[in-house]
Design a protein around this ligand. Structure first.
Ligand code: SF4
Length: 428
């Protein structure tokens, strides 16, 4: 008879929103995903516990052989890229140690959005909310170009329309205003029957809308050409609503801005939103809540800061000195331009976080979950167990204030990423 186990209060590492209330059943080593209502979490937990084999050039080998070949490739490299970094804190620490040892560049697969936000914080700063403040304190939530559920599928259930709040009046009176193209009717209404207000702005016009909001906030005139393109009266009313709010929250997705408008325009937008939160702070409480933080990038950034003194996108010199440049050490660009000569891709959470393409002579080492989608056969592939499922670990939530302990829900004979990274480092 198959033994069944039920785990409660399980933390989920499959997006940065950091829910820790899942109930998960394990039957015969597999997760009963039918209990999980979040599609991202369901996809992440849906992997069986059967061991998988390492490969070198596509051929099955032992773990020892794979580590031997990987260490030889890293030893030969002058400047390897160590990236992906979708891992729990312990594994990220070891990846950083490997970068330090090899004179490598350290980046994360979600490094673009992170770097935009780091630059905005470094240059001007912003006021940001924690998830708990959004859930409990906000009386107005503005969704700017995002319906939130792509980034954090449980945003409405957990934060916008939670069943309970420490401040029930805020919840009862909470207004949610979506500024963007199409609003999905599937998202329904609040438990109190309130609908989301929709201010329709075409995706291409969102940068104009952000600019107009900032001008309206400052009491300045919106240029006529911009005003003609936008529903200006509604944006003016939105500004008034925010000005009257006790705790207004502006939600956006930096990564979605980058996808839609490119990295430079996205940076201008995030900068403008950060400035609005700052300008408001003298007389109001308006805060930002940028969705994202997938793959424990916030935790990886913290480790980079603790260990090197810099946020992510670090290049170590051969003597171990770290340098930080969020534009110059963009891992995917360095790889595409042939400015690194080996890739080590570490990814334990998102099975679609595939290693990026390498130039023909650039060897690739992938340490990842066994169901990782691979667009090409890497030089070395080393399957490992998954934190939060096969072993315990820690990640950091998107708002940077909560470390989430991940539980071991079952046993698994595969080594952990830490085991492999330790062995690799010892062999260098
Ligand atoms: S919203 Fe994010 S953290 Fe919450 S269960 Fe879904 S994937 Fe996990």
């Amino acid at each position: 008879m198959t033994t069944a186990q039920e785990h409660h209060h399980v933390a989920c590492p499959y997006c940065g929103f950091g829910c820790d209330d899942l109930s998960i059943g394990i039957r015969g080593g597999s997760v009963d995903v039918s209990q999980i209502e979040c599609p991202k979490a369901r996809a992440g937990f849906d992997v069986d516990d059967k061991p998988s084999e390492p490969r070198v050039d596509g051929k099955p080998v032992s773990y020892e052989q794979a580590i031997d070949v990987a260490s030889t490739l890293l030893r030969k490299a002058q400047r390897p890229l160590i990236s992906g970094l979708q891992a729990d804190m312990s594994a990220v620490k070891r990846a950083l140690a490997l970068a330090e040892r090899t004179g490598g560049v350290l980046d994360h697969s979600k490094g673009d959005g992170y770097s935009v936000q780091v630059r905005v914080i470094q240059e001007k700063g912003w006021f940001a909310a924690t998830r708990s403040e959004v859930t409990n304190r906000s009386d107005v939530i503005v969704l700017l170009g995002t319906q939130a559920v792509n980034a954090a599928p449980r945003f409405f259930e957990q934060s916008a329309w939670p069943a309970q709040s420490f401040l029930p009046d805020n919840l009862k009176n909470r207004q949610i205003i979506f500024v963007g193209d199409e609003w999905s009717s599937n998202l329904g209404t609040s438990p109190q029957g309130k609908k989301v207000q929709h201010i329709k702005v075409a995706k291409k016009d969102m940068p104009l809308a952000v600019g107009a909001l900032r001008l309206l906030w400052e009491g300045r005139t919106v240029p006529e050409t911009t005003a003609k393109t936008l529903p200006l009266d509604q944006l003016r009313a939105l500004t008034d609503t925010l000005k009257k709010s006790l705790y207004g929250v502006i939600v956006w997705e930096t990564a979605a801005f980058i996808d839609a408008y490119g990295i430079d325009e996205a940076e201008v937008l995030v900068h403008a939103l950060g400035q609005m939160t700052q300008q408001a702070s003298d007389t109001h409480r308006i805060v930002g809540f940028p969705l994202g933080g997938d793959g424990n990038i916030v935790g990886a950034g913290q480790i980079a800061l603790w260990q090197s003194g810099f946020p992510l996108r670090i290049a170590y010199q051969k003597d171990g000195r770290p340098y930080h440049d969020s534009r110059a050490y963009d891992g995917k660009k360095l790889l595409a331009d042939g400015d690194v000569d080996a890739l080590l891709w570490l990814t334990l959470f998102d099975a679609k976080d595939s290693p990026p393409a390498c130039k023909k002579d650039t060897p690739s080492i992938v340490i990842g979950r066994k169901d990782l989608e691979m667009p090409y056969e890497p030089s070395v592939y080393i399957p490992v167990s998954i934190p939060g499922l096969d072993h315990a670990g820690v990640i950091v939530r998107l708002d940077n204030v909560v470390s989430l302990p991940l539980k071991a829900l079952r046993t698994n004979d595969m080594p952990t990423a830490c085991d492999i990274l330790d062995l690799l480092t010892q062999k260098l």
